[in-house]
Each structure stands twice: as C-alpha cells, then as structure tokens.
Design a binder for this molecule. Structure first.
Ligand code: MLT
Length: 382
C-alpha cells in the first residue's frame, strides 16, 4: 500500500484544490522556496537561453546538441506560416472586447484550418504558429497597421517582433525574449494549464483545449493580473509623482490596505519567496531602465510592498510575483500597450500547456492517457 500524499478534510473543500496532488508534471516544477524550474533547470539560468533552445528543453526533456537544435529550429520554421483565409478571418473578428477574447477565438479558428488530430503534431504546429497568430491579432486589434510578412529565419522571437507593426525600440526583442521564456510553464496546477489538460481529458483536440486554457488565463486573478498590476503601478506614479520617496510609497500602500484595496503583483498560491521570474525582470530593469518612471516605481514597490505586507502575519507570501514588474519592463522596453500583455502571456503559456497535454494524452499511464477529469462534489443545499 502506498502512503497517502495528502489527507483531505472538510476544511480543504472550496479552497480551489490548493495543494491537492492530482498527477505528474514532467515539464516544470514550482518550489515554494526556490521558484520555477524547467526540466530541473532554474529560470535564473534559462533566462540566458534562446526561445528555441528553451522550447526544445521543455518538449524533449533535455538540452539539445548544436545539431539537434539546428534541426528543431528548421522544423519550427517550416511550420511557421498561416493560411490567407485564416488571416482574413482574424481581420473580421469584432474589435470590441478584450484582446484575449479574440485570441481564444483565433486559436479555435487555427484549429479549423490546421488540426491533424495527432496531439504531437498539433503541439509543434501550435508552438510554431502562435507568435504569428498573436502578431496578426495584436496589429489588427490595436490598429497598428499592415502586418509584415513572416520571416521565420530571423528566429522565433525576432520574427514575432518583426511582425508587430508598432514602433520598435532597441531593447524590445530582448524584453520579448525574456517575457516569452519566463512564461512558458509554471508547473501542472496553474489554472490555465489545469483547465487545458482537463478539457483535453475529454479527448477534445489540442486547439480546443488550448482555447479553453486561454479563457482561463484571461481572468484578472490569473493572466490578466499583468495588465492590472501595471495599472496599479501607473496609478501610484500618477498619485505620488515620479520623484516619490520610498516612505511615500510605503504610506500609499498602507492607505490602500486600510481602504481594503488590493495591492497588485504580490503573493502567490505556491511561492513563499520573491518569484524568481520577477527577480530576473527587476535585475534587467535596474540595469537598463532605471530612469523609466514605471520601472522606478516597480522597484520602489518591490521593497515597500514586501515591507508593509510582512507586517500582517496572516499574509503567507508578502513578496512580488511575476506580474509586479513584467508590465513595467515591457513598457520601458518600448511596448507600452498593457491591453496586450495577457495575449503575450498566452502566446508563451501555450507552449507549456500544449507539451503537458501531449504528455497526459500520449504518455501518462503507460500511454493510455489520463482518464476524463471528474472530481467529486458533495451535495449540500444552502
Ligand atoms: C502562473 O505563471 O501561471 C502564475 O504564477 C499562477 C500560478 O502558478 O498558479
């Protein structure tokens, strides 16, 4: 008899399945005290890798040789195209609504054109095509202008930035590479990943499962927290000015808490330390964008928020998460369009979710795949 991994008592009900083990995640892990690892490697190391090499690691489970990486890049490049009809459909989506609503519709449409029904093929196709899809969608929704034709040979991120029709600054490609790499995966139980795998457990195809996952990501408590957190940082700059002192920022946070307002960008369901993804962004922000007002405020908040939140013993994680600073970095690097930050998150997170779906559908349980998700709810009228 194996030992119980978790004892469920009544107090665990209606707590969002926090901490319930439900399966294995082969791509990444989130340690409460050390943060995110892809296939055992810390993100502080991976943030120096190319997007293609990091995706290879997540997909194949090991670091590629030069030859393997070259072949993998060629494979992705061959898949990096979208049909004219699909692009025309994207250009007919209603512009009203949050860009994430359009993004999940666009993924469903991508499936209508590209579905093979083989989870592995569909996973690689999706990974190759999703930056192109995202670029068309953002350019259309934001009215940036005509999307430049794809040039996949430039590189996975380089091509995405090339296809964005907005003005580009020098540091944009590097900021997009970092953002993309650091959002690929976050263990098996984050909401969008869990939803994507749950939908796939009913044998929905990869595109439908990913579209469902993107709807889960769209919520302000999950992926859209990056947009909301930047608005919070902007609000503080507007309230206190760009020359504010550390003490003034602290006082502003105390006032917000006293008014029962949310302090955005702090805390996490699993982490009990500063999110190492945030630490990478802070480091880059300090190095390259220390003069930018939003980055300055994000850096002041890093200390002030933690100090004030630590005073409340009920707060289990008073530290910044990835959303506390990712928007400030994107803005400082020349992409000041917060409405699209969750789409950028989605373009990246599709990678990890798709690879996890491939595992659950084709490898788990000796290749049989995990059965349809069907947890128990206890009947209790109220
Ligand atoms: C994520 O990257 O998905 C977020 O940090 C949320 C989570 O891990 O639950």
């Amino acid at each position: 008899m194996s030992q119980p991994l978790f004892q469920i008592t009544e107090e665990h009900l209606e707590t969002g399945l926090r901490g319930f083990p439900v399966g294995y995640c082969t791509t990444s892990s989130v340690d409460p005290d050390k943060g995110l690892f892809y296939r055992g490697k810390p993100v502080s190391e991976l943030c120096h890798w190319s997007a293609e090499k990091t995706i290879y690691l997540l997909y194949h489970g090991q670091e590629p040789s030069e030859q393997e990486l070259k072949k993998f890049i060629e494979n992705l490049q061959q898949r990096s195209h979208l049909s004219k009809d699909l692009i025309a459909h994207i250009h007919h989506l209603p512009r009203r609504g949050h860009p994430m609503a359009l993004f999940s519709c666009a993924i469903m449409m991508l499936g209508m054109y590209e579905l093979t029904g083989d989870y592995k093929e569909d996973c690689l196709n999706l990974i190759a095509k999703v930056p192109l899809l995202g670029a068309y969608l953002i350019n259309y929704h934001a009215n940036f202008g005509v999307t430049p034709a794809a040039e996949p040979h430039k590189g996975y991120i380089e091509n995405f930035v090339h296809m964005l029709a907005c003005p580009k600054s020098e540091g944009l490609t590097e900021a997009m590479r970092l953002f993309n790499i650091l959002h690929y995966d976050h263990g098996g139980g984050n909401l969008s990943t869990f939803v994507g795998k749950a939908v796939a457990s009913g044998l929905e195809d990869l595109y439908g499962s990913i579209a469902a996952a993107m709807n889960a990501l769209a919520g302000p408590r999950h992926g859209r927290a990056n947009q909301e957190s930047l608005e919070f940082v902007k609000g503080l700059v507007a309230q206190l000015g760009s020359q504010s002192t550390q003490e003034e920022v602290e006082q502003a946070i105390r006032d917000k808490l006293a008014n029962k307002e949310l302090v955005y960008g702090f805390g996490h369901a699993v982490l009990r330390v500063e999110d190492p993804r945030a630490s990478v962004y802070y480091e880059v922000g300090e190095r390259h964008y220390a003069e930018e007002p939003l980055m300055q405020m994000a850096l002041k908040l890093r200390k002030a928020g933690t100090k004030v939140l630590k005073e409340n013993p009920k707060i289990t994680n008073p530290y910044p998460n990835v959303d506390a600073v990712s928007g400030a970095l994107l803005t400082a690097a020349g992409f000041p369009y917060p409405e699209y930050y969750t789409v950028l998150f989605g373009i990246s997170r599709c990678v990890g979710i798709a690879i996890q779906i491939v595992y659950e559908r084709t490898v788990a349980r000796g290749g049989k795949g995990t059965p349809i998700v069907r947890p128990k709810y206890i009947y209790r009228p109220y």
